[in-house]
Design a protein around this ligand. Structure first.
Ligand code: AMP
Length: 362
């Protein structure tokens, strides 16, 4: 058993992070700035977060010996991706380790059907949707929702992976098989005018902090650009805030959450998905806000007061994909550009190698 966790967590304490990617790296850097040590549990020996941690445990996320080692080093664990096995979180919790955000947030975010059901039940509107477990049910679902519809695997999709457009109900069975014959959700096509996202946080005392909206542009399913703070009508910003407040309270959430939104022509917002972690569309906060999403997450899970979220600059965040990061010297020479590189050793097309924030002080 881990020793009981004393909150607020004192500087000098250790925080565990499940996952060794760039989000874990930036969380570890923020934690270090507040005086914490970070131990990372990650599958690969060489990882962006592993290189910034004081200790690295290389193992599968469900390896009990590795989880026990982690529990021996820290009483507080967070994660940088939502596909952490629920059983690992339960295993840690049973040994007195505090895992934040909690298992409810993970369960909701890991399954697109649970997610949309939760959102609608908490006053956060989404597109119409239906589930299907067989090719026949898939045809039926598309017939009910109406074509074109977007079929997505219920679990484990990201960056546009695990989804297919279905143009006619009779193409549904083929799409179902092409997605691997696993349970799917069929979504109505959202004819949005733009994609927005909201980064928000909830502390252990139930206080919330909400960042200004970001406007997101994707290419081939991957986030390319975020413009923030986004120009938005007060009614749109108000809806986004209400959605965030309801979602955070409904999940009894602790930490930072990313909420992806569709803005419809009539000004309504629909939630596309929620990510129970820091989010790529929140990277602009590093150079555009008083306290960024990474420090905010560490503050929240450590039981510290949340920091201010006010924007201090207008930011264009650009992801550096594949060999685009090779132009680091050019970006480093631009006075308005803040360069963030992830230390990844191998580049391949589409791989997120870093990002830049181009800032214009407000
Ligand atoms: P997701 O993996 O759910 O975040 O989806 C990736 C991208 O696909 C989103 O950012 C949207 O551009 C698009 N998308 C997702 N769901 C829908 C939908 N129901 N209607 C239209 N476009 C969608």
């Amino acid at each position: 058993m881990s020793a009981p966790l004393l909150l607020p967590l004192a500087p000098g304490s250790t925080i565990g992070i499940l996952g060794g990617g760039q989000l874990g790296r930036m969380l570890a850097l923020a934690a270090a700035r507040l005086g914490f040590d970070v131990v990372v549990l990650e599958r690969k020996a060489d990882s962006p977060a592993g290189r910034t941690a004081v200790q690295l445990i290389v193992a599968e996320y469900d390896d009990e010996a590795a989880l026990a080692e982690l529990a021996g080093l820290t009483g507080l664990v967070t994660y940088e991706f939502e596909n952490v096995p629920a059983a690992s979180v339960a295993w840690l919790a049973a040994r007195g380790v505090e895992v934040a955000p909690g298992s409810r947030a993970l369960a909701v975010a890991q399954d697109r059907f649970e997610e949309k059901t939760f959102l609608n039940a908490h006053g956060a509107p989404t597109v119409a949707f239906a589930v299907a477990n067989t090719p026949e049910e898939a045809m039926d679902a598309v017939a009910r929702i109406g074509a074109p519809a977007l079929m997505k695997t219920r679990r484990e999709g990201y960056d546009g992976k695990g989804q297919r457009w279905v143009e006619h109900a009779h193409a549904a069975a083929g799409a179902f098989e092409a997605l691997g014959g696993v349970p799917v959700i069929v979504e109505a096509a959202a004819s949005f005018v733009r994609e927005l996202s909201l980064i928000a946080a909830r502390g252990r005392d139930g206080s919330t902090a909400i960042y200004p909206l970001g406007e997101n542009h994707h290419e081939q399913g991957i986030l390319r650009r975020t413009l923030a703070p986004a120009q938005a009508a007060p009614a749109v910003a108000g809806q986004a805030e209400r959605i965030a407040t309801r979602v955070l309270a409904g999940l009894d959430y602790v930490g930072v959450i990313g909420i992806e939104l569709f803005e419809m022509a009539d000004g309504r917002l629909l939630v596309n998905e929620i990510a129970p972690r820091v989010h790529n569309s929140g990277h602009w906060t590093q150079d555009g806000c008083e306290v960024d999403q990474f420090e905010q997450h560490i503050r929240a899970v450590a039981g510290w007061p949340l920091g201010p979220t006010r924007a201090i600059a207008q930011v264009e965040m650009l992801n550096l994909l594949g060999d685009e990061a090779d132009a680091w010297a050019k970006y480093a020479a631009e006075p308005e550009t803040r360069l963030h590189l992830y230390g990844k050793r191998g580049s391949r097309p589409g791989r997120k190698m870093g990002h830049i924030n181009r800032v214009k002080p407000l």
